[in-house]
Design a protein around this ligand. Structure first.
Ligand SMILES: *Cc1c(COP(=O)(O)O)cnc(C)c1O
Length: 424
């Protein structure tokens, strides 16, 4: 199936007489005939459901759809994108371990790594996504367990060179994790470029309607944990909390990573989305392909409008010819990038705030990547915890406005921007 078809059909196929839409299994528990049957589930000897803190059928239908869209082997949903990125990294790296991370990532992920996970004893080295080969090489340490980047960085809109970072990670015997939230698998499938694990904030385009917060982790099933067993004891040595199961032996390359994340992290930390939220996410996924196409068409026109307006200082959009990342975007995302544009109006930080005050259609919201056009000033909101130096290192100028172009009629969006510029 092609991506547009997978959006509709993948993950759940009703049998004769069964409901067409995925059933919402709103149940915490599942009934078994004997304790022995249930015991097999607790030993990971049989597949099945016993408690919704770990797994639920509704969630798994939707996880399967996203896994199919990414071309992966196994996947799971989490209750937020933050939980997805935390689990994705913590499943491989604990206290005493180290991770190489692109500087150009979502502010929330930066805090998660640089503050909260450091407190847990995980060390991080942040590298410029456009650093030299020597700088990238120097970032690795003997205890490095993974490399992490974002396909299109939120909000800097820097396009990540997935192939290059995958090669570097593999040369050091570790996987590349890519947060593919902004591109979505409609526009980019990181596994095709060597990434090993993909994460999503499904809150953004996948849900697409401001309805549900959620996340996803998808494993390509290609990384050979056993070939690097010394680095990944959590996957390649017995787990005492499951009677000595070794994930990489029992579940192989295709199943080890997601089984461990479900059986250990979801069991112990419990960031599971509700079945109802997964049902709503599935509705969003059904129209993802058509929405992404419209988001990209609209954003392209809006970026060209802004670029031609003398009152605008700069426009960053990887679909714009002349953008620093245009060529790289053509390689990884030939059909379009995303609906998010960042730009600055002449007059700096205060002009940006003044401009935003005059917008009528575009609302000011701490959100991005959904049907409604919205704007945000990252330096005073999502990236508030970062110093100006950290902001610049992440590609976020203090005067930058992030505009998430929705799927309204593009002429209405442009009219709104025009009148706000007139009113500064
Ligand atoms: C929003 C976002 C996150 C965090 O996701 P939540 O669902 O808000 O927890 C992570 N990565 C990227 C790229 C995001 O845009």
């Amino acid at each position: 199936m092609r991506p547009e078809t997978k959006c509709i059909e993948a993950g759940y196929t009703p049998k004769n007489g069964e409901p067409r839409m995925i059933p919402i299994v709103q149940s915490t528990t599942f009934k078994y005939d004997t304790s022995a049957d249930m015991g097999k589930l607790f030993d990971l000897e049989a597949e099945g459901y016993f408690y919704t803190r770990l797994q639920n059928p509704t969630n798994d239908y939707v996880a399967k759809k996203i896994t199919a869209l990414e071309g992966g082997a196994a996947g799971m949903l989490t209750s937020s994108g933050q939980a997805a990125n935390f689990y994705a990294v913590f499943n491989l790296a604990g206290a005493g371990d180290h991770v190489v991370v692109s500087t150009s990532i979502y502010g929330g992920t930066f805090n998660l790594f640089n503050v909260t996970m450091r407190r847990m004893g995980v060390d991080f080295t942040f590298v410029d996504p456009d650093c030299s080969d020597d700088e990238l090489e120097a970032a690795f340490k003997p205890n490095t367990k993974a490399v992490f980047g974002e396909t299109i960085a939120n909000p800097a809109l820097i396009v990540f060179d997935i192939e290059r970072f995958a090669n570097a990670a593999h040369a050091h015997g570790v996987p590349l994790i890519v947060d593919n939230t902004f591109a979505t698998p409609i526009n980019c499938r990181p596994f095709e470029w060597g990434a090993d694990i993909v994460t999503h904030s499904t809150t953004k385009y996948m849900d697409g309607h401001d309805a549900t917060v959620g996340g996803a982790i998808i494993d390509s099933g290609k990384f050979d944990w056993m070939a690097n067993a010394d680095k990944f004891p959590g996957l390649c040595t017995p787990d005492d909390s499951y009677h000595g199961i070794t994930y990489a032996e029992k579940f192989g390359k295709e199943g080890a990573y997601i089984t461990k994340a479900t059986a250990q992290l979801m069991r112990d930390l419990g960031s599971i989305p509700s079945p109802m939220n997964c049902y709503l996410l599935n509705l969003g996924l059904e129209s993802l392909a058509v929405r992404m196409q419209r988001h990209c068409e609209n954003a392209q026109k809006v970026a060209e409008f802004l670029d031609a307006d003398p009152r605008v200082e700069y426009v960053t959009y990887p679909g714009l010819k002349g953008d620093k990342y245009y060529e790289r975007a053509q390689k990884y995302m030939p059909n379009g990038t995303c609906g998010v544009i960042s730009f600055g109006v002449k007059g700096g930080r205060s002009a940006a705030e003044e401009f935003m005050k005059h917008l009528k259609l575009a609302i000011i919201a701490t959100h991005v990547a959904d049907a409604h056009t919205c704007v945000l000033h990252p330096a005073s909101s999502t990236h508030r915890q970062m110093t100006d130096e950290e902001l610049m290192a992440g590609g976020v100028r203090p005067d930058m406005v992030r505009l998430s172009v929705g799927i309204e009629n593009v002429e209405d969006i442009i009219d709104d921007l025009k009148q706000a510029l007139d009113n500064i």
